[in-house]
Write a protein that binds this ligand. Structure first.
Ligand SMILES: *Cc1c(COP(=O)(O)O)cnc(C)c1O
Length: 380
């Protein structure tokens, strides 16, 4: 299949597979075991912790390996707020966050935690004046994404973290779509974040592993009680998955500009081809600084996205609806940008990454354009 669904996941890098192999093929040891085998697994885990933390420019001691960014986001929000007491315990987050953040926020609201979900601008960027106004003295935590998984918007995380801190609140960043793509250093674009969620499979690592980086000294309540293998996260660690994550982070350390230039070139190719049919791009300017150029959310007015996807079984595509058939609920992100439900049902999310061949974008988007033309001729 031609893969134009790079926001859903990315293929495993061969280097990540090679790093995982020994732990799948014989080194089966539990990193918690005290014997030599356990110590060997533990050493691999700690080496990966250093590699992932290095890409973040963070203290490795703050990194908690989890099953992915969903768990990391749940741990950040619930771990900080579910048992919080006193006048400062409000969560402020945004309507375009990933469903795992919004559902965790709803869970907290059911527990009685005050929650504020702020709207966003029509271009998918935050309204910083409204954000500042929401930062009252009862706000304990702000949660905001670095790069949006549906519309690619890149948010000014360090500026927002500084605003949260000025109001006495902590700042959590879901960097699942940003890590390995944009600068994610804690002394750079993610500066000031107190917690950061990461996912390996969005950056050519394996599925089923991620991490929450927690500023040392910040106390969280665990989601799972147990042996405390990852301090606030219990359960036997997965050396193979963690080693694969570490290898993916090592690969992402160098060459960021070259990877971004390739992804940006693919965006130009896609936009050139799409110019042949009526369409509208959702979110920030696709070639501007406010958007990750590997994401293109595009509406073909009057053309059902589910039918486009059904007509192109050889291309991996995502629709603007909650399920890939296009029949599901329109995406909450598009709704938050003010995209009418009918347009959301005519929306596809195209995505490519640093290893996507240009020929895949040419062929895939070329076939997409032909299909849109054919379906809109039939509709007319
Ligand atoms: C994929 C994704 C998640 C969930 O990550 P998993 O590791 O798959 O649980 C959370 N947030 C964003 C922005 C994502 O893109």
């Amino acid at each position: 299949m031609i893969d134009l669904d790079a926001q859903a996941t990315t293929p495993l890098a061969p280097e990540a597979l090679a790093a995982m192999r020994p732990f799948l093929e014989g080194r089966h040891w539990n990193p918690h075991s005290a014997h030599r085998g356990g110590r060997m697994a533990r050493a691999a885990l700690e080496a990966a912790r250093v590699e992932v933390a290095a890409l973040l420019g963070a203290d490795p001691a703050g990194l908690v390996f989890t099953s992915g960014a969903t768990e990391a986001n749940n741990l950040a929000l619930k771990g900080l707020l579910a048992e919080a007491e006193g006048p400062r315990r409000r969560l402020v987050t945004f309507a375009t966050e990933h469903s795992c953040v919004l559902e965790a926020a709803r869970h907290l609201a059911r527990l009685g935690v005050p929650v504020c979900i702020l709207p966003v601008r029509a271009d998918g960027m935050p309204d910083l004046a409204a954000f500042r106004a929401a930062l009252g003295p009862d706000v304990a935590l702000v949660s905001a994404m670095a790069v949006n998984n549906e519309v690619g918007s890149i948010w000014p995380v360090s500026e927002m973290a500084a605003m949260a801190h000025a109001a006495g609140a902590l700042f959590h960043c879901d960097a699942a779509q940003a890590f390995g793509k944009i600068d994610c250093r804690l002394d750079g674009a993610l500066g000031g974040a107190d917690m950061v969620s990461l996912s390996a499979h969005k950056m050519h690592g394996p599925k089923g592993v991620g991490a929450l980086w927690v500023r040392p000294g910040l106390a969280l309540a665990p989601l799972l009680d147990g042996g405390g293998q990852e301090r606030v996260r219990s359960g036997t660690q997965a050396p193979a998955l963690v080693a694969g994550f570490g290898a993916a982070a090592r690969l992402a350390m160098g060459g960021r500009e070259a990877r971004e230039a390739h992804v940006r070139a693919l965006m130009r190719v896609a936009l050139d081809l799409l110019a042949a049919v009526p369409h509208r791009v959702n979110g920030p300017d696709p070639l501007g600084p406010g958007r990750w150029p590997g994401n293109l959310s595009v509406t073909f007015p009057g053309v059902d996205a589910g039918r486009i996807i059904a007509a192109l079984p050889g291309i991996a595509l995502a629709s603007g609806a909650a399920c890939s058939s296009g029949a599901g609920r329109p995406s909450h992100v598009l709704a938050a940008l003010g995209v009418p439900a009918a347009d959301a049902r005519a929306t596809l999310r195209l995505g490519w990454h640093a290893c996507t061949p240009e020929a895949d974008v040419r062929t895939g988007v070329g076939q997409l354009v032909a299909t849109v033309r054919r379906l809109s001729a039939r509709a007319a």
